[in-house]
Design a protein around this ligand. Structure first.
Ligand code: NAD
Length: 480
């Protein structure tokens, strides 16, 4: 039985299987209380350079291990996380604000994902096999991959990058979000006992660290999850060294509800999903288009269900579904711009908790910000539609294309509509299903490349065509 993890002490970044303290430290806050949490390191450029140097050194040996060896280590790592999941789940609710039940869900998913990655070997593909020659597609690892992680889902999205990087034979450096560094640092600490030095490192810092990583010539690939504007900066920076990058960015998912649905079945699901994690998930119903024949009934049922079932409060309160908004930037972004110009700005006191109650916006114009922009908070517009072609055009009329859904009893019709939606994941009679063997990513500005599934794991490799001519020297005399 592994020693219990101390989740109240953060001695340093995890570099080459050692804690490396930093001269400067910082802390983030518990969004439920506004109280400061523990001090964590602020990496310097030298710290990052060292991590990259150790990773490059470790890669020489790590890349020669077999898939089986790597998978076994990943499984032992998953077991170590499982043995410590209870304090980690509490720590996660403190740093992220999500209800404890949702922290548990995030750890459940993460363990399932890690264990699934440990079964997903990327094998050579035989493209041609004749007497004369065999041609393979092979997938060697890239080298040193870095994961840049957001604050909304930092366990699954952090280890959802680490697992694929490791099983495909890469070394991995994780950078947590400055808002949620705590669990990711502890996950690095657990990895120290599981992997050789330099294979898994966690480097936490301030706003300078991400750009240092994307510019670094010793890093071969960036797996980034975050907002669209930052994603564009990451892509531009990676271009300078022609670094590979996978970008999982923001979304503004359309959810189309047809007039034949059973409201009692679909409203609870759509309402719960709309406000899950306080609306701070990339793929949730963010624009709900309801057929005009059932619009009023759907709206009333949605408002009633939300009032009766979506309890708000602190992450440790019993039965809470919607916790606080994670950070002040999000909180201010979501507030409607109603303050008259001449009214003085109220001075904001800190610390202060960041609560938020779910809101529905009824029939805002298609051009309003709540429809055109990702709110990333517990607020959702309810829009009316009449004609199938028209609603598909409105759903696709977005710079984003992460997820989308169609809800109907007529599954054939819904599937036909779904196939016309431009998004990386499209669901019929559901939304936000994800699985470790199913790739996910975005169309348009929602991203480049896919993560998870065989397709996603291949993003951590450099595909190589290998041509083997077998008979060229058959008739030639053996050289002496
Ligand atoms: P963000 O873009 O502000 O930050 C994401 C990460 O990038 C953080 O670790 C941050 O420190 C780092 N970063 C910031 N500037 C950087 C730079 N110039 N170079 C390199 N790294 C930099 O995003 P956020 O606010 O943490 O996350 C919320 C956003 O993420 C939302 O838009 C949401 O839709 C999106 N998201 C997308 C997915 C997906 O899979 N598509 C999943 C979750 C969240």
């Amino acid at each position: 039985m592994a020693a219990t993890l101390d989740t109240t002490h953060f001695p340093g970044n995890v570099i080459n299987n050692e804690f490396v303290p930093t001269v400067t430290t910082r802390h983030s806050i518990d969004p439920s209380t506004g109280e400061p949490l523990w001090e964590v390191p602020v990496a310097t450029k030298d710290d990052l350079d060292n991590a990259v140097k150790y990773a490059r050194e470790a890669f020489k040996t790590w890349s020669t291990t077999t898939f089986q060896q790597r998978a076994e280590m990943l499984l032992r790592y998953a077991d170590a996380i499982e043995a410590n999941r209870e304090p980690l789940e509490k720590l996660h609710t403190m740093e992220q604000g999500k209800p404890l039940s949702l922290s548990k869900t995030e750890f459940d998913l993460t363990l399932t994902w890690l264990r699934a990655f440990a079964t997903m070997e990327i094998r050579d593909e035989v493209l041609e096999d004749t007497e004369e020659r065999t041609i393979y597609a092979t997938f060697p690892p890239l080298g040193v991959c870095a994961g840049i992680v957001p604050w909304n889902w930092p366990i699954l999205l952090g280890l959802g990058k680490m697992g694929p990087a490791l099983v495909t034979g890469n070394c991995f450096i994780m950078k947590p979000s400055p808002y949620t560094p705590y669990c990711d640092l502890k996950l690095g600490e657990l990895a120290m006992a599981m992997f050789p030095p330099g294979v898994v490192q966690v480097v936490s810092g301030d706003d300078e660290l991400g750009p240092w990583m994307t510019e670094h010539p010793g890093i071969d690939m960036i797996a980034f999850t975050g907002s669209i504007p930052t994603g564009k900066r990451v892509a531009a920076s990676c271009a300078r060294t022609l670094k590979r990058c996978v970008l999982e960015l923001g979304g503004n998912d359309a959810c189309i509800v047809c007039d034949d649905v059973d409201l009692a079945r679909c409203v609870p699901k759509i309402a719960t999903l709309s406000f899950l994690n306080t609306g701070q998930i990339c793929m949730l119903p963010k624009r709900i288009y309801v057929h005009e024949r059932i619009y009023d009934a759907f709206r009333d049922a949605m408002v009633q269900f939300t009032r009766e079932n979506i309890r708000t409060g602190g992450g440790f309160e019993e039965g809470v579904v919607v916790g606080p908004v994670q950070n002040r930037m999000q909180h201010l972004r979501r507030r409607p711009p109603h303050r008259p110009k001449n009214r003085p700005r109220r001075r904001r006191r800190l610390p202060q908790r960041l609560p938020h109650h779910p809101l529905h916006r009824r029939q805002p114009p298609d051009t309003s910000r709540i429809v055109t922009e990702e709110p990333f908070g517990p607020i959702v517009p309810l829009l009316k539609w009449r004609d199938e072609g028209e609603v598909l055009a409105r759903a696709n009329d977005s710079a984003t294309g992460l997820g989308a859904s169609v809800w109907s009893r007529d599954v054939a019709r819904a599937e036909r509509m779904a196939r016309r939606l431009s998004a990386g994941s499209v669901w019929v009679n559901s939304h936000f299903d994800v699985a470790p063997h199913v790739p996910f990513g975005g169309h348009k500005e929602s991203g480049i490349g896919m993560e998870w599934g065989v397709m996603g794991l291949k993003s951590y490799t450099k595909p190589r065509s290998l041509w083997v001519w077998k008979k060229v020297f058959e008739d030639a005399p053996a050289s002496t």
